[in-house]
Write a protein that binds this ligand. Structure first.
Ligand SMILES: NC(=O)C1=CN([C@@H]2O[C@H](COP(=O)(O)OP(=O)(O)OC[C@H]3O[C@@H](n4cnc5c(N)ncnc54)[C@H](O)[C@@H]3O)[C@@H](O)[C@H]2O)[C@@H](O)CC1
Ligand SMILES: [K+]
Length: 329
């Protein structure tokens, strides 16, 4: 049986992409090297070019690694090694991995390149995409945690577009009948974000700078939305988000993460062990590779990808039912 190990994208020199079948797994990125370290074996890698940069010097390649051809009977041993390693790190091995990868994932660079494609002129504006992304998040919250009596929602927003998705979601949750409170500690000067804050305040939604304590989060809210970091997060969280992540981790509120559980590496998952552990995840456009390690309720949102772009990036998007803004994977 073919067992998927990981799927990823990477830029390679255009010359290399013409001889993709000759690429050695050793040159194909950190996930495969980690796999080799754990298993002592190289996986089989299928590579397919999906885009070229403007200079035509580099080519974005979609890689899908499977154990079928090279591992054979060793696959179970490797799976067990990965399982033990994840347990040591306090994580969970996700049996949803194959299902998630069946939709195909978007690495950091591919996600940014896809955004650029969508927003090339003429095309979408960031405001349009963010509005639909935030609406998807609010729809997923409504589906995963429908209000029972009280409807108190905390939205914790970071300094980039992931935070913008959270601000938009707060507004839609208000229209859905929730009582949202926004925490927005670091506010970029861009007009887009100033507008989103004003739109929340016009609805009477408090937009706070300081984070409540973990007890206040547990007692005061029915659901929280993690819109702190998305696919551009790197390294370990800096202040004030380091302590905000600790507070959310220490609370027992139901948590929904936008695009990526904050603190996780977009490709490798919760490598530091300090990332959030959400109950639900809303992947936008397509799941990112780290989503393979997530084992709660997984929604796909961002219903705006034209078929030509989906095809270019090798996305196999599931159909959305009716007028829904999210589909559960
Ligand atoms: N096509 C799509 O899928 C769309 C994606 N959107 C959202 O946009 C997100 C990506 O947005 P951005 O590229 O602005 O990036 P992020 O929102 O992921 O975060 C970037 C910000 O985080 C900061 N940061 C990075 N690493 C940090 C660290 N270790 N400690 C503290 N701060 C750190 C950066 O300085 C920057 O201010 C996606 O994940 C998604 O949520 C939507 O808004 C629009 C449409
Ligand atoms: K997030």
């Amino acid at each position: 049986m073919c067992r998927h190990i990981c799927a990823a994208t990477m830029w390679v020199p255009a010359a290399t992409s013409r001889s993709l079948p000759c690429l050695q797994p050793a040159s194909l990125g950190v996930q495969l090297r980690a796999y080799r370290r754990l298993s002592g074996l190289w996986p089989h890698v299928a590579a397919q070019p999906v885009a070229a940069d403007s200079s035509q010097r580099r080519c974005l390649v979609y890689l899908a690694a499977s154990s079928a051809l090279t591992l054979g009977r060793h696959a179970e041993r490797v799976r067990c090694t990965l399982l033990r390693r994840r347990r040591r790190l306090g994580g969970e091995f996700s049996t949803a991995r194959a299902a998630t990868l069946g939709v195909a994932t978007l690495g950091r660079e591919a996600a940014a390149a896809l955004d650029e494609d969508l927003m090339s002129t003429p095309g979408f504006s960031i405001d349009q995409l963010m509005e639909l992304a935030g609406l998807s998040v609010a729809s997923a919250v409504l589906e995963a945690f429908p209000p029972k009596g009280s409807r108190r929602a905390l939205l914790v927003c970071g300094p980039g577009n992931n935070g913008g998705d959270g601000l938009v979601a707060a507004r839609h949750l208000w229209h859905f009948g929730y009582t949202p409170v926004v925490v927005y500690p670091v506010r970029p000067a861009r007009q887009l974000f100033t507008n989103l804050v004003v739109q929340c305040e016009q609805l009477g939604i408090p937009v706070l700078t300081g984070m409540p304590t973990s007890e206040e989060v547990t007692e005061g809210f029915d659901v929280a939305v993690d819109a702190i970091f998305g696919f551009s997060f790197k390294g370990t969280p800096r202040a004030p988000f380091d302590s905000i992540l600790k507070t959310l981790r220490a609370s027992s509120v139901k948590l929904v993460s936008v695009d990526i559980p904050s603190g996780w590496d977009v490709e490798l998952g919760d490598v530091s062990g300090e990332g959030l552990r959400p109950d639900a995840l809303v992947s936008l456009t397509a799941p990112k590779p780290c989503a393979a390690d997530f084992s709660g309720r997984h929604f796909l949102g961002g219903r705006f990808v034209p078929p030509g772009i989906a095809e270019k990036y090798g996305l196999r998007l599931p159909p959305y039912p009716g007028a829904a803004q999210v589909v559960e994977l």
